[in-house]
Design a protein around this ligand. Structure first.
Ligand code: ADP
Length: 428
C-alpha cells in the first residue's frame, strides 16, 4: 500500500472515530457516523465525476482536487503527457519513413494483414497504376490480377522476386518482391526493368540472328567438303564451280565477322574527339573503291566534297560509315544508274550525303533499316553480299560522332542517306 493510500485510510478512520465521539456526546453516534460517511461518499462521487468529465473531454487542464484525488489526477496527467510525447515521436518517425520511401527509386506498397493497401509511394502508384489515397483499403489482388502475382501473394515465403507486366501498361516489365514485416503485414517492392528486359531480348535475338546467318554458308561449305571427300569430281568445271561457291560462302562469313567486330569495337572503345579527319581525301579513295566495286554496272558516280570541312573523330569509324553508305548505293542501284556523293557545310552543320536513283525503299521499312540484320529486300541483299549490319554500323558510328542519320526514299525513285554532324565536331 502506498503512503497516500495509508494516509487516505487513516483520514477516513479519524473522521469516523471523531464523528462517533461527538455523536456519543448527544447519544447519537450512529447518526453522526452515517452523516460523515454520506459527506465522504458525496466528496468521492464529486471527484469521480470530475475524472469522468476530464477523460471524456480530453482537456489538458487538470481538474482541481485535493489530497489523494489530486495525486490521482496528477498521475493521470503525467501518463497523458507521456502518451502525447510518444505519439509525437511516432508521427515524426512515420513521416520520416514516408519521406524516405517517397524518395526511393523503387515503388513501395504497404499492405495490412488482410492484404489491403495502406500506403503507396508515388513510384508504385505510377508503376502499378494504383491511385493513392483513392485505392487505400482495396485488396491488392483486385488491382494486380496477374496469375503469377496472385500465386506469389498466397505463398508463405517470399525470398524470390517475380517478373510481371505492369497492370497499368503491359509493355512495361516489373520485378516484384514482397517483404513481410510487423505482425503479418507486407511491403511490396517493385522496380521497372523494361530496359534490362529489352536488352536481354535484343541479346537473345542477336545471338539467334548471328547463328542463323552463319548456318547457311556453313551448310554450303560442309556440303561441298563432304562431297569432295567422298569423291572429287573428275569434271574440272563442276570442281571449279564447287570451289567458287565455297569461296563465296567463306567470304560471306568473313564479311559477317568483320562487321560484327566493327560493331563490337564501337560498343567498347571510348569515343574519340581530338583527331582531325580529312573527309574530302577519304571520300576520293572511297569513290575509287566504289567504281571498282560497281565496274560491271557502268554507273555514274560523282563526288562533290568541300576540302575545307574537316571532322574531328575516329578515321576508321568514319571510313566504315561513309563506305557502307556508298557501297550500298552501288550494290542496290541498277546498271547505268547514277550515284551522287557530297560533303559540305549546311548552316552550322556538316552534311555527308549519298543519293542514288536505284530501286528505293518502301516507307514501312525505313524506320527499321538501322536494326541489326534488318533487310528490306532479303534476296537482293544476299545476292549482293550484304550482311544486314551495314546501316546498323552507320547509325552507331554517326551517333558516336554526335551525328544523326536521315533516310529518305521512295519506291522506284531512289534513296538519299544523309549524315548531319554538329558544329562542335567540325574543324577548319
Ligand atoms: P545489307 O547488308 O543487307 O545491305 P544494310 O544494313 O546495309 O544491310 O541495309 C539494310 C537494308 O536497307 C538492305 O538490306 C536494303 O534492303 C536496304 N538498303 C540500304 N541501302 C539501300 C539503297 N541505297 N537502295 C535501296 N535499298 C537500300
Amino acid at each position: 500500500m502506498s503512503p497516500q493510500q495509508q494516509h487516505e485510510i487513516t483520514t477516513l478512520l479519524v473522521l469516523i472515530a471523531t464523528s462517533a465521539a461527538i455523536g456519543a456526546l448527544f447519544n447519537k453516534s450512529l447518526l453522526f457516523v452515517t452523516i460523515v460517511l454520506f459527506i465522504y461518499i458525496i466528496f468521492m462521487l464529486g471527484n469521480v465525476f470530475k475524472l469522468h468529465d476530464w477523460l471524456l473531454e480530453q482537456k489538458s487542464e487538470l481538474p482541481d482536487a485535493q489530497g489523494y484525488w489530486g495525486e490521482i489526477f496528477n498521475e493521470l496527467h503525467l501518463l497523458e503527457r507521456k502518451k502525447n510525447k510518444q505519439q509525437k515521436l511516432l508521427s515524426v518517425a512515420l513521416s520520416r519513413f514516408k519521406k524516405a520511401a517517397e524518395a526511393l527509386p523503387d515503388g513501395v506498397v504497404i499492405l495490412s494483414q488482410q492484404n489491403e493497401i495502406e500506403w503507396v509511394n508515388p513510384i508504385a502508384s505510377s508503376l502499378l497504376g494504383i491511385a493513392y489515397p483513392r485505392d487505400a483499403g482495396q485488396k491488392i489482388n483486385n488491382l494486380i490480377r496477374h496469375p503469377n502475382f496472385q500465386r506469389y501473394l498466397s505463398k508463405e515465403k517470399f525470398s524470390k522476386t517475380i517478373t510481371i507486366p505492369s497492370p497499368d501498361n503491359a509493355e512495361n516489365i516489373l520485378t516484384i518482391q514482397i517483404i513481410p514485416f510487423g505482425y503479418k503485414q507486407k511491403m511490396i517492392f517493385c522496380r521497372d526493368v523494361t530496359h534490362i528486359h529489352k536488352l536481354e531480348e535484343m541479346r537473345t535475338n542477336f545471338v539467334s540472328n548471328v547463328s542463323h546467318e552463319m548456318r547457311s554458308p556453313l551448310t554450303v561449305l560442309t556440303g561441298y567438303l563432304e562431297m569432295f571427300s567422298d569423291n572429287i569430281p573428275k569434271d574440272e568445271k563442276s570442281f571449279k564451280l564447287g570451289l567458287e561457291n565455297m569461296y563465296q560462302q567463306a567470304m560471306r562469313m568473313q564479311r559477317l565477322v568483320t562487321d560484327l567486330l566493327a560493331l563490337s569495337k564501337m560498343e567498347t572503345a571510348p569515343i574519340e574527339h581530338a583527331k582531325q579527319v580529312d573527309v574530302a581525301t577519304l571520300l576520293i579513295t572511297l569513290k575509287e573503291n566504289a567504281e571498282v566495286l560497281g565496274q560491271h554496272k557502268k554507273q555514274t558516280i560523282t563526288l562533290d566534297a568541300d576540302e575545307d570541312v574537316k571532322l574531328r573523330g575516329n578515321v576508321h569509324e568514319l571510313h566504315s560509315l561513309f563506305a557502307n553508305l556508298i557501297n550500298n548505293a552501288v550494290r542496290y542501284t541498277q546498271e547505268n544508274g547514277s550515284i551522287k556523293i557530297s560533303w559540305k557545310k549546311q548552316g552550322n552543320e556538316a552534311v555527308f550525303s549519298v543519293s542514288d536513283n536505284g530501286p528505293g525503299i518502301a516507307a514501312k521499312h525505313i524506320p527499321h533499316l538501322t536494326e541489326r540484320f534488318y533487310r528490306a529486300d532479303i534476296d537482293r541483299s544476299r545476292e549482293s553480299g550484304g550482311t544486314g549490319l551495314g546501316l546498323a554500323i552507320v547509325k552507331y558510328a554517326a551517333e558516336r560522332h554526335d551525328g544523326r542519320l536521315v533516310i529518305s526514299s521512295s519506291l522506284g525513285e531512289g534513296s538519299t542517306f544523309k549524315c548531319y554532324f554538329p558544329e562542335q565536331r567540325i574543324s577548319a
